[in-house]
Each structure stands twice: as C-alpha cells, then as structure tokens.
Design a protein around this ligand. Structure first.
Ligand SMILES: [Fe+2]
Length: 315
C-alpha cells in the first residue's frame, strides 16, 4: 500500500498546528496507487442477520468509523465478522477538517487504531466543518471556496494523513446555498486542496447532482474539473426531490440522472472503487446490493471487461 510521506516539523506531539513542509513527491499515479475494490455497500446493523447467515460475496463494505471506535463489545464483534466476509473501508463523519477548532488527536489516535485493525486501504471524511465556538453542530456544513480555506484545509489534511499514516480522501458535499465570499467554483476548491495536501478525493456523484440542481451549474463541469488521478473512491446514493430543491437523503434508489453521471464519471476517472450508500428507509440487503451490482454492470459496459483491477487486500 502506498502511503504519503512523513511531514517534517508538523508539531504533532503537542497537538499544535504549525506550518508543514509539502510532501516530497506528490503522487501522479491513478488512484494514488490504491486498489480498485469493485462495487461495495455500506455495513448497516439491520443487515447483520442476513449478512452473517447468508455470507453474500460482497466486493467490500464501508463502515462509519465513529460507530466502531470503542474497543470490545457487540459493534466490534460484528466488525470482526464483517472482516471475515470482505475488505472494509473506513468512512468518517467527525473529522471536521474545515472546522476552526484544533484537530482532535485523541479522536485521531482511536481512528488510527481502528484503521490498523480493519486494514482500510484509505480513509475518507467530508470536506466540511462541524464545530464552532465550542459547539458540535452534528452536521456537515460546506466551506466558503476561497484561497484562505484551501490553505487551511490542505494543511490540516496533511497533518491528518501524516498522523494516520494513511491516504485520506475528502468527499465533496451536497449543498443548497453558496457563499458570497466564494472566489472559485467548488470543483476548483476541492482540486486545489487535494493537490496542495496530496490527498485523495471521495467523489460522491449523487452530491454533485444534488448541488448542481440546487445551484444551477452543469454537473459535468464539476467532474471535468477534478484531478481524476486523485479520485480514490466513488459514492452513489438516492436523494429526495422536494420540488423547490433536491435533498441528499440516502433514502432511495440511485436516480437515472445520477446513473448517467456515474457513467460520465467512470469515463473520465477510470475504474475505481464504488460504494452505494443507503441510510434512511433502509430496505432489505438484496435491494442495496442490487444497486451495487448495477454499478458493477455499468463499469463493465464502460471498460468492456478490460482494464486491470488491482488485487484487493485479503480479508
Ligand atoms: Fe457520500
């Protein structure tokens, strides 16, 4: 597994944020040298009975890291069982990479310990902020797309990657409004952060569609504007049409426009691990898995069965 190089003078021991040296050799290889795991599904508690009794041949699972940070107990027992079925990739919601509060190195230490257990090839979280003025807002709030925010988020991302010794992928948000302070479109913002931090991108295709509809931009421009070699994973999900806007609910099948955008993304990014998210109004496992199979079938159409698939790690 390729890992980012170590930073110098990053001041990790005392938790202070200091200017960090850029990584010595930014990677230009596709997927930053990370494997293509195929098409996976989120690991969700209501599916446990089915999964552990039927043992379907899932390409990979994605877990929400924060649900498994405490050692021992039923959650970790079930994680061990899932690890016996398929590779597990970690996705988080609490990093707060854009928050103005200091990075939480106690949290990061627990995240790192979990990563060592799961063997996750990379680790993702959201390009968002979640905390301010001592309050935890429990939401994934978008950032103003400015040069100042690029520098701020990139520096924190480098620190996180160095501490975790793992490639981090930042996920594009779904959003409903924009900031007057924006000085660049979101795709340029995400691209600039990824290049400056030498990190990965978790490209949520549904989020691009939702934001494009809500803000009135062409979603293909978003996909065209990203550094494709940095996309380490895709997300697919369903949304809800509220009439005046689209809401990112993860509560339905992937919509036809998002399937079309997924195909467009594959044609530009290349073959890459794809994960179907479904959280609210969760149906039977086979319904979610059918969505992952549909994603795999589209990838086969795009790549014609050609194109190497890197070997996934042994579960
Ligand atoms: Fe997502």
């Amino acid at each position: 597994m390729q890992r980012p190089g170590r930073l110098q003078g990053a001041g990790l021991q005392d938790g202070l944020i200091r200017p960090a040296a850029p990584l010595a050799t930014p990677s230009r290889s596709p997927r930053l040298g990370l494997p293509d795991l195929g098409c996976g599904v989120g690991l969700r508690v209501p599916h446990y009975t089915h999964l552990f009794s039927q043992r379907p041949r899932v390409d990979f699972f994605e877990i929400v890291s924060e649900n498994f940070l405490v050692e021992g107990g039923p959650p970790r027992d079930n994680l061990e069982r899932a690890l016996g079925l398929a590779p597990v990739v970690q996705h988080g919601v609490a990093l707060g990479i854009g928050s103005t509060t200091p990075l939480d190195f106690d949290y990061l230490a627990r995240l790192k310990a979990l990563a060592r257990r799961t063997g996750t090839p990379w680790l993702t979280d959201h390009l968002s902020w979640t905390r301010a003025a001592g309050a935890e807002l429990h939401d994934l709030l978008p950032l103003p797309c400015t040069e100042e925010a690029v520098r701020y988020v990139a520096e924190r991302t480098r620190l996180v990657q160095d501490f975790l010794e793992l490639r981090v992928g930042l996920e594009n948000p779904s959003s409903y409004v924009t900031f007057r302070a924006n000085t660049m479109p979101e795709w340029e913002f995400l691209a600039a952060i990824a290049d400056e931090a030498d990190c990965g991108i978790l490209l949520d295709v549904n989020n691009v569609h939702v934001s494009a509809k809500n803000q009135g931009f062409d979603p293909r421009r978003y996909l065209d504007g990203l550094p494709h070699h940095r996309v380490v994973q895709l997300h697919l999900a369903g949304h809800t049409d509220k009439g005046t806007h689209l809401l990112d609910t993860h509560s339905a099948e992937v919509s036809e426009p998002v399937w079309a955008l997924y195909r467009y993304a594959l044609e530009r990014v290349g073959r890459v691990s794809t994960l179907v998210e479904w959280d609210d109004a969760l149906p039977a496992f086979d319904v979610v898995w059918d969505e992952a199979k549909k994603a795999a079938a589209i990838a086969e159409e795009v790549f014609g069965g050609a194109g190497p698939r890197a070997e996934p790690p042994t579960p």
